[in-house]
Ligand binder design. Structure first.
Ligand code: B12
Ligand code: SF4
Length: 488
């Protein structure tokens, strides 16, 4: 079949991101014997015209649309991407009768609501390779597609009852030798403009942090690739596209123990020069691990710390305490790694005192950067959403309008206090309060050849000057804030 795969993501903040998930789908679709064309709208000046032109020349039978983000997950400057996805669907419908299939992490968070809102023919919740190729097979042979795991099919259900009939499945055999079809896209442009390439070394997360969607998206078991296979992919990337830094997109790279160690040892064994960064957990992050990561080219890690107060960590469902955060932070800094803590303020039970404890700890630890979210983005199906539903603090349609929880007791105190802390710290970013970096500054830095995660430069005063506008008034230059709601 002729299959057109579209990446509609045009978000440039914090960076334009290569559509890795869609590249995996493209590889699986080609491998299943279909003719694949891709339309990546990220850098297009007239994306809708370009898309319609491609539809005219390629005449697809099936169109897959990747919905990576549904919103920017930031409060109060929330940017909702629904309208831009709707524009893409309308443009497709204007030109072709081809079946439209939605997929991607954003879509998988809200599959029924998105199917409903966009009027697509099919949707795939979760991992896409197997489900999409099975769906294409069913469409080709005119079989019932509704029973394929993870598939939502409009033709089998009344429009008001779109549901996954057979639960989505993760592929236990996913891993070695699967390669995203980067060659079909302009990967090099993403590296130039985005500053990093992206690689996935495993899927899943076994932790149960109460707001987090990753276990829902990727499964709650780790499925890991062999270190040799990962490093083969890195070597091929550097050979094909020249030296560039890599970001490992795994939920957390340094868990389970042994995984990151294997990759680092393989990089060192092959004497490969590569700069890389990743998400990590403070759990079991000791001196040995930090030093090995640094020796193997790690230039920075983003620690999913969330809070540095024992009570609040417990309430967020984290699997570590404040002392573990301090230890991990120290080991990383001593090993020469740059450290960025990501924080989630305002979750259930948060008090002025827990906020002060966390902020005090952050100032004491002196990390390279701090990214602090105001309020918790509430996603359907997470333990937090269930808890809020059970207590009557949310209704059952936590859905299309981005919803955030801010503990009522700190609602008035939190925003101003965080701004004050950010001013005092200097190296803090408050994504919901103002753009993490002005788009123009980001573009200049990348054009000057500065690659890798930009947060690691926040300890330079020149970087702080260009990355912050005045704290007095939230800037909206990177998007007009859309409606969102708070759950109290
Ligand atoms: C790594 C990551 C980042 C890194 C990316 C670094 C890099 N160089 O790649 C950074 C930190 C920069 C980042 C930034 C952002 N991110 Co992010 N990110 C992730 C993360 C952890 C992994 C994404 C990834 O690459 N996965 C690996 C690929 C292979 O998986 P995948 O894309 O899901 O694709 C699979 C399926 O979805 C499906 N699929 C994908 N496309 C299609 C298409 C079709 C047709 C089909 C059938 C199936 C299908 O099949 C694929 C293979 O199985 C996800 C969470 C997660 N666990 O998924 C969040 C996630 C995607 N991010 C999210 C958000 C919100 C953002 C930001 C907007 C945050 C912000 N305000 O800055 C920005 C947006 C950046 C941008 N320009 O788009 C949200 C999106 C949900 C939402 N609220 O919209 C997620 C889901 C996290 C969450 N909160 O739950 N992110
Ligand atoms: S926050 Fe991190 S450690 Fe916790 S469940 Fe999500 S991905 Fe796993």
């Amino acid at each position: 079949m002729r299959v057109l795969l579209i990446s509609a993501n045009r978000e440039f903040i914090p960076d334009p991101i290569f559509p890795l998930g869609l590249a995996y789908i493209a590889a699986a679709t080609e491998c299943a014997g279909h003719q694949v064309s891709v339309a990546d709208l990220c850098f297009e000046h007239s994306p809708i015209q370009k898309l319609q032109q491609r539809i005219r020349t390629f005449d697809p039978e099936v169109i897959g649309l990747s919905v990576r983000n549904v919103d920017n997950a930031a409060y109060p400057l929330t940017v909702d991407y629904l309208a831009s996805h709707r524009e893409v669907i309308d443009a497709i419908r204007e030109k072709t009768q081809a079946s439209i299939v939605l997929g991607g992490s954003g879509f998988s968070i809200l599959p029924e609501a998105y199917m409903q809102a966009l009027g697509a023919d099919y949707g795939i919740k979760g991992e896409g390779e197997q489900a999409f190729t099975s769906l294409l097979e069913a469409l080709k042979n005119q079989h019932d597609a509704g029973t394929i795991p993870g598939v939502l099919a409009r033709n089998k259900h009344p429009a008001d009852n779109l549901q996954v009939q057979t639960p989505a499945k993760t592929n236990p055999a996913w891993g070695n030798n699967a390669r995203p079809a980067r060659q079909l896209f302009n990967y090099a442009r993403y590296v130039r403009r985005g500053g990093t390439g992206n690689i996935q070394t495993k899927r899943g997360c076994m932790f149960k942090c109460n707001y987090c969607t990753y276990p829902l998206l990727e499964g709650s078991r780790f499925r890991v690739r062999d270190a040799g296979d990962v490093v083969d992919e890195i070597e091929a990337l550097l050979r094909d596209y020249g030296p560039h830094p890599v970001f490992f997109v795994d939920s957390i790279l340094n868990f389970p123990r042994g995984h990151v160690e294997g990759i680092c040892e393989e990089i060192l064994r092959r004497k490969l020069t590569v700069r890389w960064s990743c998400y990590a957990t403070p759990v079991k992050l000791d001196r040995k691990q930090a030093q090995l990561m640094a020796r193997a080219g790690c230039e920075g890690i983003e620690l999913g710390t969330d809070a540095v107060d024992d009570e609040q960590l417990k309430r967020l469902g984290k699997s570590f305490d404040a002392a573990t955060v301090f230890r991990a932070n120290r080991h990383c800094l001593e090993a020469g790694l740059r450290v960025c803590h990501t924080l989630v303020f305002g979750g259930p039970g948060e008090t002025e005192s827990t906020i002060r404890n966390t902020c005090h700890a952050l100032h004491t630890m002196r990390p390279t950067a701090v990214v602090a979210m105001t309020g918790v983005r509430v996603y359907p199906g997470t333990p937090l959403a269930k808890q809020l539903l059970a207590s009557g603090q949310a209704d059952s349609d936590i859905g299309l309008t981005p919803a955030f929880y801010i503990e009522p007791a700190v609602k008035d105190f939190l925003p101003a206090f965080l701004q004050q802390q950010a001013r005092a710290g200097g190296h803090w970013v408050l994504p919901g309060m103002e753009p993490p970096l002005l788009p123009v500054s980001q573009r200049i830095l990348r054009t000057l050849g500065i690659s890798g995660p930009l947060w690691r430069l926040l300890h330079y005063s020149w970087m702080r000057r260009i990355s912050r506008t005045k704290f007095k008034r939230p800037a909206t230059s990177w998007g007009i804030p859309n409606p969102r709601r708070t759950l109290l």
